[in-house]
Design a protein around this ligand. Sequence first.
Ligand SMILES: Cc1ncc(COP(=O)(O)OP(=O)(O)O)c(N)n1
Ligand SMILES: Cc1nc(C(=O)O)sc1CCOP(=O)(O)O
Length: 528
Amino acid sequence: MNGQRLLNPHGDAPAEKLPLVWLIGGSDSGGGAGIQADLRTVTALGGHGCTVVTAITAQNSVKLNAVFAVTPQQLLAQLDTLDADLPPAAIKIGQLPDTSIALALANWLAHWLSKFRSRAAETPPVIWDPVIYASSGACLSELSSDSIRQLLQVVDILTPNLAELSWLSQADSIATAVNNEQALSQLKVLRQHFRGDILLKGGHSDDPLRCTDLWCSGPQSSLITAPRHNGEHNRGTGCTLASALATALALGFTKPDAVTIARAYLQQALRLSYPTGNGAGSLGVAGWPRQQTDFPLWQDVTAPLPLQLKFARLTQPIGLYPVVDDLQWLIRLLPLGVQTIQLRLKNKTAVELERQIQSAVELCRDYQIQLFINDHWQLAIKYQAFGVHLGQEDLADADLTAIADKGLRLGVSTHGYAELARVLPLQPSYIALGHIFPTNTKQMPSKPQGLKRLQHYVRLCATVPGVPTVAIGGIDERNIQAVVQTGVRGVAVVSAIVAAPQPEKALQQLQQYCHALQLPPGVERDGY
Ligand SMILES: Cc1ncc(COP(=O)(O)OP(=O)(O)O)c(N)n1
Ligand SMILES: Cc1nc(C(=O)O)sc1CCOP(=O)(O)O
């Protein structure tokens, strides 16, 4: 089973226990879509697929000749059998050929999920890709509105395309883009019956250059954009996206991260697509997506980031990067040879903030140290600090144009794939990757990333020249060597220095592990 380790660098589970993904849908005899595409995707991303066949279709790359629905009894026998031994970490539903199958599935899932709720256990996410048409145009699903409503009660994430949105919302026309008035009003109707999240796919929109999807989760909506792939071999794109999403959720990624991974996996699969028969061919199969160019751009609908800005680059390697909460720490630590430091002032009065930031800038200028001011970008600009460090939420409020125009560097926090997909195209002066290990310094809403994910993020960022990475969160003397080995260019620490019995000594010991972060002469031309 070691091969699985190679396929999935993210799996925290031991290789012998891959997360199970139930794939409920139709068989495509041509192998391009349906259960066949789902199984390839789950395997490629490091899960194990279990199948519940809802229909047998007779298809090739050109034509759908027949659909034979299974009976409700056959469906339930598969579900009960899997339930007895192979509990899923996520469930993906695809083709449901008729109302009797949709109702049988909705009832079975409602009963099954209620058992989790009665023992206050987390339910596995259920994703429904509501396929109605094959790419040939043939109808795959004839469902009553009542069965659709019942099914929507047990679904967490719905992945319709524009035609399926129109079908689900009983509209009489199909929207031409995911974020126009028509699509938004259809989404509003759908949301009256569906409380979960929606990934509205824009593959059939009228934009010839880009493919933009809309991710609607609670009150927030984000646009996920990738260059349009214009190749003809595109069978099973919807199935592949939804089963990649289910697998990433089964592996423990958050929903936004899972959506980002799924979209990147699909882009990679389209790039590697190949002909099969005389019609549209199949999507290519490769492992975990690694190329930055396969990753989509993630933008908040209400506050897109200004991607045309150019932020100044760092002038020295980052190295060991102390993050401290008072000017006094700078006075103690600067003589010890740090190259980069952050002043992260919390709960200070306005007068004290201004005094400390002004003094810190002057002090760091004398020592020629890269000083980043956390959050207080106006004061950082006023006193011409070397740079500003901002969190994801701060990015929407800060005047990024002023930061770039005044020549300040910008460091940005990230906590996973979706945040990286949002800020990598901004090309900040560095990207922080957190939190790697459990930390007591700050209450984190997310789970620790661990070293495997860190390694993957570092490789992804390395494909964008001039944007070095910094690891942060729970890093200390016991784990810093492993962090440095992932290829990060900086290691940010708070408590390992400021809570140490002898902070100066702790800093010097940590610095010894960071020699590898000093780049050889000449490399700095590409950015630190
Ligand atoms: C190097 C580095 N990485 C991450 C953070 C966290 O910044 P932010 O998300 O703005 O949160 P607060 O620091 O304001 O709690 C950081 N400060 N430095
Ligand atoms: C301030 C901060 N930001 C984080 C992030 O992941 O964005 S983790 C973190 C705390 C880092 O402190 P320590 O080194 O004591 O664990």
